[in-house]
Design a protein around this ligand. Sequence first.
Ligand SMILES: [Zn+2]
Length: 110
Amino acid sequence: MKKNRAMQNTRERLSLADISPVWHYRLYEHSIPLPFSLTWLKWYFELKVASKCVVGEAYKYDSSYLVECSRCDNFGWKFMIYFTLRSRSKLEKNKNAFLVHWTNEHLGIC
Ligand SMILES: [Zn+2]
């Protein structure tokens, strides 16, 4: 147990700020804007566009993942849904699951 924790600490942990810095700032270092405010609407419509959403930013504003990785597509939708619901806890869970998936499947490729 102790050894595992030590190993985890030495391994560099990926953060959303590393792969999607704009969305990291918007969703995790910012309070979620009030529904239907100008900022909320702007972000909401960007979250609906595959190349502009959280996952799209990680792909350098490319929507190719729609055909290449259904799990990434799924994470993208969840970011949009949880933003709409203003659920901090679900946004956090989705971010963590996305980072694990990204580390295991896409790190070093994009
Ligand atoms: Zn993926």
